[in-house]
Design a protein around this ligand. Sequence first.
Ligand SMILES: Cc1cc2nc3c(=O)[nH]c(=O)nc-3n(C[C@H](O)[C@H](O)[C@H](O)COP(=O)(O)OP(=O)(O)OC[C@H]3O[C@@H](n4cnc5c(N)ncnc54)[C@H](O)[C@@H]3O)c2cc1C
Length: 347
Amino acid sequence: MLNHRTTEDVPIEADVVVVGSGLSGALVALSLLEGPMPPQSVVMLEARELCSGATGKNAGHCKPDIWRGFNHYAELFGAQEALKNERETWEAAVRFVKQHGVDCDLWVGKTLDVLMDETSLKEASLSFEAFKAAGGDPTPIQATADPEEAEKAVYAWDASTLHPFKLGLNLQTWTPASSITGTDNRWVVHTERGCIKTPTVIHATNAFAATLLPETETAIIPTPHMCDRVYPPASFSGIYGLKHSYAVISTKGLYSINPRSTSDGAILFGGTIRNMGRQLVTTIHGAGSLETASTKYLSSARCQESPARIFTCSPALAKLVNGSDWADVNLPDCFRVTRERLSKATP
Ligand SMILES: Cc1cc2nc3c(=O)[nH]c(=O)nc-3n(C[C@H](O)[C@H](O)[C@H](O)COP(=O)(O)OP(=O)(O)OC[C@H]3O[C@@H](n4cnc5c(N)ncnc54)[C@H](O)[C@@H]3O)c2cc1C
């Protein structure tokens, strides 16, 4: 797929233009094309190579937050919203990979949160107790505070690791969208190779969203992130390899350990601890319409949980494009992207 251009010229019009070929753009395009009202034509513009943004560089750790963030989200959005956790979206990701036979070395097993200090332990335990008290189902989560087994405490639940994947449609790589002009239902997407007229534009540009949508500048903040691939020594390989994925948590941040035990045996390390290097990711999840019925907007990200979130946000966005109401797309209300909410966002 290197340098791929499905047609020599950029089409002059399309039913839908998706800007960005990462996981978000790919899944929303696929959801539209496989949906009940498939558009006649979908053009995907990609400024660089296919999936060359965060999607092509990530560690593939698909670790749904099913309780850890409960208190934080409850404080922001209320307990009922916070209970809508990511387990369902992680299940959707695993189902998708199996149904489509995606060759991505899917691993499903236990992921462990390892709490390294008293502060993190207290925070986790408060969140877990509040999650249960609000009606959250603790059965998928195994907790242990046995010092023989854990530094301070360990919480374990199901998660996955995987690799990025491919798709097919009119893809135009090395064709950045430089601007979008027009009004509802009559948009013109400008590129150096020509313009495309379309009623619907989907922004799936992740960290670069503000280039085309300046109004997202305060809501979508590109944040440095990196992961390292390490080939372990013999003492941590083969039958001695890591059997789980991990988040090691302390007051310094979260460090993720993600072994590719079903493929090349490499271990991917990454996290939110400062001074670890830089790649661009953003800090917003959601789907929504920025104009009344035409320009749709989607962005998603944040290192640990995004594949799980994208697997519900992108299909939901496809439904919105096809005219569904917000109430029918089954996303937490706090994921709803509107102009009004964007204008209230502060960095
Ligand atoms: C180093 C690293 C490690 C990560 N590890 C994990 C992990 O283990 N688990 C996890 O869940 N998440 C991880 N992530 C985050 C995850 O990869 C991203 O959240 C996810 O891939 C975002 O997908 P996306 O489609 O929204 O954005 P992207 O994949 O960034 O795609 C956006 C695309 O838009 C294109 N684009 C931008 N502007 C334009 C324009 N004007 N015209 C045309 N094209 C444009 C870009 O070139 C890019 O290809 C990691 C990220 C990084 C950087």
